[in-house]
Write a protein that binds this ligand. Sequence first.
Ligand SMILES: Cc1cc2nc3c(=O)[nH]c(=O)nc-3n(C[C@H](O)[C@H](O)[C@H](O)COP(=O)(O)OP(=O)(O)OC[C@H]3O[C@@H](n4cnc5c(N)ncnc54)[C@H](O)[C@@H]3O)c2cc1C
Length: 372
Amino acid sequence: MSDIAVVGGGVIGLAVARSCAAAGADVTVLDRAPISGASSVAAGMLAPVTELHYGERALLQLNLESAAMFGGWVGELERETGLRTGYRETDTIMVAADADENAALAEVWRFQSSLDLPVERLKGAEARSLEPALSPRVRGAVLVRGDHQVEPRLLADALLASCRLRGVSFIADHAASVESIAGRVSGVTLRSGGGIRASAVVIAAGYASADIGGLEPLLRVRAVKGQLLELASPDGSDLVQRNVRGHDVYLVPRVGGRLIVGATVEERSDKMVTAGAVFDLLRDAHELVPGIGEMTLVEARAGLRPGTPDNGPLLGATEIDGLVVATGHFRNGVLLAPVTAQSIAELLSSGRAPESIRPFSPLRFEKVEVEA
Ligand SMILES: Cc1cc2nc3c(=O)[nH]c(=O)nc-3n(C[C@H](O)[C@H](O)[C@H](O)COP(=O)(O)OP(=O)(O)OC[C@H]3O[C@@H](n4cnc5c(N)ncnc54)[C@H](O)[C@@H]3O)c2cc1C
């Protein structure tokens, strides 16, 4: 019998499995195709401050906590596996392309400053002196010192390697349903038939978590499509040094002159790359950084974020003993991987949810009946 079955092998499931194995548990990850979900598409911005939205204070705290853990967490992962994760402390510059956007950015800056976040207001010329590739149209900017980046595919590969080193088992199959007896979880039934027994089950199947039998009424998670592009400079030089975030688009520089341009936010559940999205992303990015016109288009990809009604993740215990949820990370699943892993491992070993994840109980929405 497996102590803990983790359903889903994206960054969240793998990070949780790794932490539980480190705490001494016997862990099995179920996934027909690990690292095939949103984690293989994401831009990898670690952006607690630039992702801040009004009314999301609890989420800001969680995002900041995870951002503070990130450097140490990936450092250990890289040492342990010998693999790179592409973690870079690059800072972010938020830019306004016209007077209206500049007025809106001033509001955002006031809000960020009121929360004592590390932000600095810049004039257009000051922004261009930091990032000469910015368009002369840029009217103003906010420099955000704490927002960094990682390469999600590299991170996920390192997590997978670390899980293997720590003795985590993998089953290449999907979960069809979660089984319970008298209100206590007993295991997982597999899609190909058969099943595994487990004394605890962690649901980390991203947007598809609600498709698992018996969970649909409990898990308020849906697919939110995102498309992004990868460009490369012909000579391998960097066009920008920092993450650049405009009103409708962001640019994330990668080593070797690569540049991520993202991302659409669409209430759809297909993974098609559309001509319209590629056009919009390139047009909006070109307005901010005209030099992208000289770059090559390396890849266009689409993924499905796990969205929730209030944009916060679903983290914690359910009404079924031993059934724990770690999903719904929406736009911040890469950023939130360390704090999710630590918190869920602590919940499973101590039975108590750490303070920081309590606002994100999967039971916080209206009460619904759960099939047992
Ligand atoms: C375009 C785009 C840009 C993004 N940019 C960022 C960013 O810059 N920063 C950031 O922090 N986040 C970003 N995100 C969000 C981030 O990608 C997600 O929040 C995160 O990847 C969620 O990870 P996950 O492990 O929960 O889900 P996923 O990565 O989707 O993994 C879920 C896994 O579950 C498996 N699965 C599904 N059903 C089952 C089943 N029944 N049984 C077993 N396994 C199953 C799948 O095969 C998959 O491997 C972005 C997302 C997109 C789409």
